[in-house]
Design a protein around this ligand. Structure first.
Ligand code: FAD
Length: 437
């Protein structure tokens, strides 16, 4: 049997990894390879994601070592680096997870073409990055994708998901040089960022499914309850497989079902992006409003100084943790696009810079949903930050945690500091009047 290469991308795990399993099935020896594309990491990825990546690679290496393997690291352009490894070990095939972004598709095309010149085949495997592969679900209408979530979800529930794969047998890695694991500790990011890889992720998943998931249906929207899984970062980097996460959640319970529905949103956005790769930057639907130009408002929103405590708390949580609660993301995005009427791309860009879980499918399409240019069937709905705060942070705990200059205000009074006479030099007056639900 020949040597094969398992090229890791957004699937940084040993468990339930179709790429690693296929590479092992086809080869007597496998090179588990990750290429640190310095161009992307240094210029395009955020500091938070670079730091998370380094931790995830270290844990992937540790996981591979437990199966008698190791991670081979190379730096540079992905196509050049893989081509060199294939040449060095005489590999017959390279295995990679199928992905939907414009960048990842271009990368796969370029790789396929280059490897063909060496007589080496690129094998692309679905079912790795999403639970349902975009190609598995198509609407009865003959369209190339589902444009509305509810019918997608109905279909998603009908399609049987594959079972998680067994843990791989001991690996045999041929002699091949590796660069050291990358270290991005020097890059500055969010001070409270928590990093980890597959080992950390599996513990977090175990904790989540063994208790807190049962309250998910009732508490997920609470801004202060900390009742969501916080698994998005691990799913983004593939430290957890969505298939395994779903298999471990009891989807027959109310909490498990509500949680599975959110994972279906993740798949839904990936299938939209697979069919419309340009919606990473272009409107999916024509914008119902003209965008304003207001650099001061953009700055107030980015820095958490809009005068609406719940919006400001959300924006400060983002910078501090590199993560923001899902309901808070909706409030902050609606405020930017529908109250301030600023282009969703400004917000999406800022989130891409700070969010550790940011990816094109989920970030850009959630932004478009919030802005009314995406898949929301009620594109004109506006979230009123005051009503949202009363509903989802009724005691004001979330705001007091992130806006310390208002920490002296009791209960829900913290949501309307102007009524308590807080002077503008302590906390700004609202930059705009708000409306909506
Ligand atoms: P949980 O509530 O525990 O949900 C479980 C999992 O379901 C999440 O980990 C995530 O993988 C998935 N999920 C939940 N809600 C959504 C959703 N609306 N769309 C897609 N997947 C979802 N999620 C990202 O993973 N990456 C992003 O870049 C991203 N950007 C967003 C931008 C905006 C403007 C909005 C409104 C939402 C965005 N989301 C994004 C979706 C969602 O807010 C996060 O996935 C969630 O808050 C992550 O926290 P959690 O893991 O505790 O989620």
């Amino acid at each position: 049997m020949p040597v094969t290469v398992a090229l890791f991308t957004r699937d940084l795990r040993v468990h339930d990894n179709p790429v690693l399993t296929a590479a092992q099935r086809e080869g007597h020896a496998v090179v588990p390879l990750f290429v640190v594309d310095d161009g992307i990491v240094a210029e395009r990825a955020s500091a938070n994601r670079a730091r998370f990546l380094a931790a995830a690679l270290a844990e992937l290496d540790a996981g591979l070592r437990k199966t008698q393997g190791r991670l081979v690291i190379r730096h540079g352009d992905v196509v050049d680096a893989v081509d060199r490894v294939v040449d060095e070990v005489g590999a017959a095939s390279v295995h990679i997870a199928s992905d939907v972004s414009w960048y990842s598709r271009r990368r796969a095309d370029a790789l396929r073409e280059r490897l063909l010149r060496r007589g080496c085949e690129l094998r692309v495997h679905g079912g790795s990055i999403t639970a349902a592969d975009p190609s598995e679900l198509s609407p009865a209408t003959g369209r190339d994708h589902f444009a509305v979530f509810t019918p997608y979800y109905r279909r998603w529930r009908e399609v049987p998901l594959r079972r998680p794969l067994p843990k791989p047998a001991p690996l045999s890695v041929p002699p091949v040089d590796s660069d050291p694991l990358p270290d991005f500790d020097a890059v500055t990011g969010s001070p409270q960022l928590s990093v980890g890889g597959e080992i950390t992720a599996r513990k977090a998943l175990q904790r989540w499914v063994s208790g807190p998931i049962s309250d998910y249906a009732t508490h997920a929207d609470s801004l202060c309850a900390d009742a969501t899984s916080r698994l998005s970062r691990y799913l983004h980097f593939g430290c957890l497989s969505p298939t395994e996460v779903l298999a471990r959640a009891d989807v027959s319970s109310a909490g498990g079902e509500a949680f599975a529905r959110q994972l279906a949103w993740r798949d839904f956005h990936h299938q939209v992006l697979a069919a419309r790769p340009e919606v990473g930057w272009r409107d999916y639907r024509p914008s119902p409003r003209a965008w304003r130009d207001d650099p001061q408002a953009v700055d107030a929103w980015r820095t958490g100084r809009t005068g609406y405590p719940v919006v400001d708390a959300a924006m400060r949580q983002l910078r501090a943790e590199g993560w923001m609660h899902g309901r808070a993301r909706l409030i902050a995005a609606s405020f930017l696009t529908k109250t301030l009427r600023l282009d969703w791309r400004i917000g999406a860009d800022h989130f891409l810079r700070w969010l550790v879980d940011a990816d094109i499918a989920n970030n850009q399409l959630n932004w478009q949903w919030a802005a009314g240019t995406g898949t929301d069937t009620r594109p004109n709905r506006v979230l009123n930050p005051l009503r949202q705060a009363d509903r989802h942070d009724p005691e004001g705990e979330f705001v007091r945690r992130w806006v310390p200059e208002l920490a002296h205000l009791p209960g829900a009074a913290v949501h309307r500091p102007w009524r308590a006479g807080v002077p503008p030099e302590v906390y700004p007056a609202p930059i705009i009047e708000c409306h909506g639900m």
